[in-house]
Design a protein around this ligand. Structure first.
Ligand code: FES
Length: 69
């Protein structure tokens, strides 16, 4: 991913219900979080009106991608 792509990705919404950017979630993974629960604890995501349906899918994809790198 180029730097420009990375910047745009990080600006995208991570948890829409809580208004938390994807950047915060990526940082949590980079800091060692390895599960949705750990990321939720650190970032405050989840528990919104969608019952975590939207952000849980994003997190799963990010964790899978980070495991492959
Ligand atoms: S998008 Fe995260 S709880 Fe709804």
């Amino acid at each position: 991913m180029t730097t420009e792509e990375e910047i745009i990705t990080r600006m995208k919404p991570g948890c829409i219900c809580k208004g938390i950017k994807l950047r915060r979630i990526i940082e949590a993974i980079e800091d060692g979080a390895t599960s949705y629960e750990e990321i939720a604890k650190v970032t405050g995501i989840g528990g919104g009106s969608c019952n975590s349906k939207r952000c849980r899918q994003k997190i799963a994809a990010l964790l899978k991608k980070s495991a492959l790198v």
